[in-house]
Design a protein around this ligand. Structure first.
Ligand SMILES: NC(=O)C1=CN([C@@H]2O[C@H](COP(=O)(O)OP(=O)(O)OC[C@H]3O[C@@H](n4cnc5c(N)ncnc54)[C@H](OP(=O)(O)O)[C@@H]3O)[C@@H](O)[C@H]2O)[C@@H](O)CC1
Ligand SMILES: [K+]
Length: 504
């Protein structure tokens, strides 16, 4: 089911997120602008290559504010940009005014700017969901006619949130109003009824719905999982290559469990890296998983130089010495999709400098004890008795932790919560018909880290890899049932995936 929101519901959602402190209006506006830029670049790859010339029509409200962000972000990519501004800057709402001030490109007055525009892309950021009456101002009407003609003449045109003049609630052009067609409309968080009703589709062209980091908590459920089938004609490296670091001699079990899980998710290849003293032990227990020696950060750097490597997992059985701390620091410096579990989390808790190098490609998978070591204040707040409602929840704590540390956090437990630095969050509760008590077994966490690493290798985002890893983990446990040990979990994946993929 795809949810749509009326403009009033959307405003309430934005306001609730802002009031909760999860996000600021300015951050939402930045995300809206960035999402529009990304849609433009993916919809017209030719323009992305050529560093095109864009014109942005900016209105007197926050829709105009989005326009100033888009103008700045396109300029940052080397585009030539001009803004045609409507309304006095002093009357812009605060967030739009901040973005007006941050834009340093050409600024033309609507009354005097030349037209027609001979560039490559026209952006309509005149009015969005705040349209309250028909557009009758002759200057604005003239520019909307110009944008509409550009759509016919040139083709590459974008409406920000909704075509100006179209009512987002009904899809009707307000009586007597000007309204401009675009080739592409980029709306935020959820589509609105007006994108689908009445004249809406004729004016919108194509419709992109883009996330802007609005805090939505969702339950991780099978209807949300993608089809995890492998592409029919793809090469093994098209499905990614995961790297798992193992500890020394006699400590390799956890990393092998992790690597086997990563390979079973469908990653094209998995390599286990271990010190030379553990090569024989690992070689005797691995076949489909490749093995490579790593005795120093230099060895790891050499390995990471292979651009086919798409994700890395560190932590299970890794070890807590300074040599292993250096490996964690080296992996972090490489900026790839990275799962940090177990001992890697302890290294992060010991070194605030290292924690500062976490980036958005990282997923941390702490259990309660590790979470408390890494986020002592947040954990104390979560553990305090709930004396008043609404009480501080594991959802709140995970979201705060992710924002604080700048990486996706999966806070393990029977109630597993996943959150990203921008406030996205999801919950997988292994209770009711998803109860999996047999999952409380040694090594189960290593398998979870491997599932996430495998999904990251396949190209899923940190948030989705973590959410879907949590789901698959519980499904594997439930499929096996009583008597489960961690080694059984990866072997359950074929049956679980068969239920979730479309047969070829
Ligand atoms: N809220 C958020 O956090 C986020 C919001 N976002 C963005 O904000 C948009 C909503 O912004 P908004 O509410 O400021 O409304 P917007 O569409 O810019 O217009 C309002 C202005 O236009 C004026 N006006 C209206 N009709 C008119 C007419 N016919 N002729 C002339 N003037 C007219 C109106 O004047 P007033 O009615 O007050 O006299 C007011 O000055 C939304 O679509 C999305 O793009 C994103 O950044 C994500 C975060
Ligand atoms: K618009």
């Amino acid at each position: 089911m795809t949810e749509i929101l009326t403009p009033a519901q959307m405003r309430a959602t934005e306001q609730a997120a802002i009031d909760s402190g999860a996000v600021t209006g300015l951050a939402l506006m930045e995300q809206a602008g960035a999402a529009t830029r990304d849609s433009i670049l993916s919809y017209w790859p030719g323009l992305a290559r050529d560093r095109a010339h864009a014109r942005v029509l900016c209105g007197p409200g926050n829709n105009g504010g989005d326009g100033y962000v888009i103008a700045r972000l396109l300029m940052d990519r080397g585009w030539k940009v001009q803004v045609v501004a409507f309304g006095a800057p002093d009357h812009l709402p605060p967030d739009a005014r901040r973005n007006f001030d941050r834009y340093e490109g050409a600024l033309l007055d609507g009354a005097t700017a030349p037209r027609p525009f001979e560039g490559d892309l026209s952006v309509d950021a005149v009015f969005g969901t705040g349209l309250s009456r028909p557009i009758s101002d002759p200057t604005i009407c003239g520019w909307l006619v110009e944008h509409d003609r550009f759509t016919t003449r040139v083709g590459a045109s974008v409406a920000v949130d909704i075509p100006s003049g179209l009512d987002a609630n009904s899809g009707k052009v307000l009586d007597g109003s000007a309204c401009a067609r675009s080739a592409l409309t980029v709306t935020f968080h959820r589509a609105k009824p007006g994108h689908y009703l009445a004249q809406g589709p004729d004016y919108c062209g194509a419709l992109h719905v883009a996330g802007i980091g609005l805090m939505t908590f969702r339950l991780i459920s099978p209807d949300w999982l993608p089809d995890l089938s492998k592409a029919r004609l793809a090469h093994k490296y098209d499905h990614g290559h995961a790297l798992v670091l193992a500890g020394g001699h006699g400590k390799g079990g956890a990393a092998r469990l992790c690597a086997r899980a990563a390979l079973r998710t469908g990653a094209g290849a998995v390599t286990l890296l271990c010190p030379s003293n553990a090569l024989t032990e690992n070689a005797s227990q691995l076949d489909a998983i490749m093995l490579r020696q790593c005795d120093s950060p230099e060895d790891l750097r050499n390995c990471l130089a292979d651009t086919r490597l798409s994700s890395v997992c560190l932590g299970p059985g890794l070890g807590l010495g300074p040599e292993q701390a250096a490996l964690v620091a080296t992996a972090l410096a490489h900026g790839r999709g990275l799962v940090l579990d177990a001992d890697a989390i302890t290294h992060l808790a010991r070194s605030p400098e290292m924690a500062q190098t976490l980036h958005e490609g990282c997923v941390l998978t702490p259990h309660a004890g590790e979470f408390a070591r890494l986020f002592p204040e947040i954990a104390a707040r979560l553990d305090a008795p709930a004396t008043r409602g609404p009480a501080y929840s594991k959802l709140d704590a995970t979201r705060d932790a992710a924002r604080l540390i700048g990486a996706t956090v999966l806070f393990k437990g029977p109630d597993t919560v996943v959150a990203t630095p921008n406030g996205q969050a999801a919950l997988h509760a292994a209770c009711y018909d998803r109860a999996a008590p047999w999952l409380a077994t040694a090594g189960a966490g290593d398998v979870l880290a491997g599932l996430i690493c495998g999904l990251l290798a396949r190209g899923y985002s940190p948030f989705h890899a973590a959410c879907w890893g949590a789901y698959l983990h519980v499904d594997c446990a439930r499929t096996f049932g009583p008597g489960l040990t961690a080694d059984d979990l990866p072997d359950m994946l074929p049956r679980v995936l068969a239920q979730l993929t479309v047969p070829v």
